[in-house]
Design a protein around this ligand. Sequence first.
Ligand SMILES: [Fe+2]
Length: 223
Amino acid sequence: MIYPTIRVDNFFKKFDLVKQWANSLEYLPNEGTYPGNRTRPIHEIDPLFFQNTTRKIAAILFPNDYVHMSWRANIHFQKTDPKIYPGPGFIHQDQHALEFATILYLDGDVEAGTSIFRPKGISVDREGHVAFKSECYKNPEMMKTDEFKQAVHRHNSQFEELACYHAIPNSMILFDTGLDHGVKDCGTKERLTMVAFFGFAERDRRENKSLKYPLIELARCST
Ligand SMILES: [Fe+2]
């Protein structure tokens, strides 16, 4: 891991307007890689909102550098109805995103936050359930079956919980995409989140200064 897990309160200054806007957007059919439905990438809908929001996220990790940085990222709003997608979900990593991810909570039950886990043993099967999971996300009726519940239990029992972040409205968590995470309790209310995935972040090379990463600097200290 090169990024620490960080929780931020009151992320958006105009939270109610963002939530209202998120609710007005169109949510696309499930693609099988996550539970629920997501909007199109936000940079296609409102490039300025995307730029300002990713800049603010970059400022959390790189307060001295973000004004001299470039990054590649994706933001989507995501709705998950627990009546259609009941919890708990499969514990997973977001490694397709390569660097770090954020989840901002807009609506839903406070208990329907995100937990961070670590493997209990030395061998973890992170791939065995993926095809079945994808089929279930596309056909959510399958998530009500014992087969699904048993598959989640079998997979999740490989991990132990380290921390649980509640879904406090306008709070956000940021974490390394290599971290195991998942939703323990989806609650009863529709869950609305804004998810962001950063696939690349770099300091402008013309400045001739390298980017420092919090956990890498920590590992370099002798004590
Ligand atoms: Fe995830």
